[in-house]
Write a protein that binds this ligand. Structure first.
Ligand code: C2E
Ligand code: CA
Ligand code: CA
Length: 416
């Protein structure tokens, strides 16, 4: 028998109570999926006759006949009911007494049944036994509901991701990254896009993918699709990866095949790193080959500056939350200036993210931020739009005209 989950153990306790209180031989929780009755948890005094995992055709079961109103919920003697005697369970395992009540989830969904049965008739079974079974069935519903909800969510996520994975991964767009001193575009960040109908930002989709065990595959495909753009664009391409995916052999293999000097790998400050040694080991080869490392979302308040200290990145990317409105916020200005001094003191470049206004561009340049990225310079778009958005040698301010704008309602999702 497979190991019971904590929820199944709790249900087993309820079943034991039911079986004991009714004085019957077996009690069980079943799930009805429309065609099949699954015996999920069984408490039986007759070993072998009933076992967990048993599947029965729903239409041939006592429970279904009771659910359809063809039989009463409490059957003291099966032989009194020709409709019951016609069912297979009346012959094998020769059920002679039966009680079955529905298990209903909080949204009204019919999950299955909570039942007890005996091999001898039991004239004493009555409406009070049914009432007890109903109380126990409600308790069982409360216990199993979180698992059912999680399972449905899992299936929904897998159903959505499947076609994207089979198609080779997400669409990847590029957003220009501009040198504040010269106004030239020096690089671009690769950002994944998923179908607009999902209504989810890419970071949410990656988290969902990890929750169903498809995160590494999705991240690696996104890196491959980002790398596809390399021949078509000049400058470096910044690519996002989680520390967990970075540690996979698949990622090591992929990075070894890419032109290291053209890649800036972005690790988010808010991703927990459990093993810095392993992270260093994974980064050592690619960094030695010329790949640069950025710590993303700095200042977003997720963790400490631990990542920066321990990773010795080439670049830090200041989160939009400490960039937006900088021009009229002296506290933010002081903070950004301090981060710039800290970074430059270690030979680290600073990129400001989410730059939307000319005033903030001026303020960033004043405090010594090196590079900037944001809607002011260009929205994430296809590689062609990137080259048009900030032509080589463009002068500030506002070289953004040609960028294909993303919808503002869901900046993180694919427009089509
Ligand atoms: P991020 O790496 O911090 O990416 C920057 C986000 O800021 C992007 O959101 C970008 O569209 C948005 N952005 C850029 N300029 C502006 C601006 O001026 N104003 C505002 N309000 N937003 C701006 P996006 O594309 O929705 O991506 C969200 C996050 O999803 C990314 O945050 C990144 O953590 C994750 N992500 C996206 N693509 C990938 C990927 O291929 N792999 C991995 N691992 N993560 C990804
Ligand atoms: Ca990023
Ligand atoms: Ca960021």
């Amino acid at each position: 028998m497979a190991q019971r989950t904590a929820a199944e153990q709790q249900v087993a306790e309820l079943l034991r109570t039911a079986k004991k209180a009714l004085g019957l031989s077996v009690s069980f929780l079943t799930r009805m999926d429309g065609t099949t009755q699954h015996l999920e948890v069984v408490d039986s005094s007759i070993p072998l006759l009933f076992r967990e995992g048993l599947e029965l055709r729903q239409e041939t079961t006592f429970c279904q006949a009771i659910h359809d109103g063809l039989l009463p919920a409490v059957i003291p003697d099966v032989r009194d009911h020709p409709a019951a005697m016609a069912l297979p369970a009346a012959r094998f395992p020769r059920l002679r007494s039966y009680v079955s009540v529905p298990v209903t989830l909080s949204d009204g969904t019919y999950y299955g049944t909570f039942c007890a049965a005996g091999l001898t008739s039991d004239k004493g079974l009555n409406a009070r036994d049914k009432a007890l079974m109903e109380v126990l069935a409600s308790a069982a519903a409360v216990i199993i509901e979180p698992g059912v909800v999680a399972g449905a969510l899992r299936a929904e996520i897998q159903g959505r991701l499947g076609p994207v994975l089979r198609a080779g991964g997400p669409t990847v767009v590029l957003q220009p990254i501009v040198d504040l001193a010269t106004g030239r575009r020096t690089g671009a960040e690769a950002l994944s896009r998923f179908p607009a109908s999902w209504g989810r930002a890419p970071d949410v989709v990656f988290a969902e993918a990890h929750s169903v065990g498809a995160g590494h595959e999705l991240e690696l495909l996104a890196l491959e699709r980002a790398a596809d753009h390399l021949p078509a664009v000049s400058g470096y391409v910044a690519m996002n990866v989680s520390p967990q995916t970075l540690l996979t052999p698949g990622c090591a293999d992929l990075l070894s095949r890419l032109p290291a000097a053209r890649i800036l790998l972005e690790l988010s400050e808010h991703d927990q790193v459990e093993d810095y040694q392993a992270l260093h080991a994974a980064l050592e080869g690619p960094r030695a080959a010329g790949m640069r490392l950025a710590i993303d979302d700095v200042g977003a308040g997720f963790s400490s500056l631990r990542h920066i200290v321990l990773c010795a990145p080439d670049v830090i990317k200041l989160d939009r939350s400490i960039v937006d409105g900088l021009s009229h916020d002296p506290v933010l200005t002081t903070l950004v200036a301090a981060l710039v001094a800290f970074a430059h003191g270690n030979g680290t470049q600073v990129v400001a993210e989410g730059v939307e206004t000319a005033a903030d561009v001026d303020a960033l340049r004043t405090v010594g931020v090196d590079l900037a990225q944001g809607w002011y310079f260009g929205r994430p778009g296809p590689p062609e739009a990137l080259e048009e958005a900030v032509p080589s040698g463009a002068v500030l301010p506002r070289p953004r005209g040609a960028a294909a704008p993303e919808p503002t309602s869901h900046p993180g999702v694919l427009a089509t």
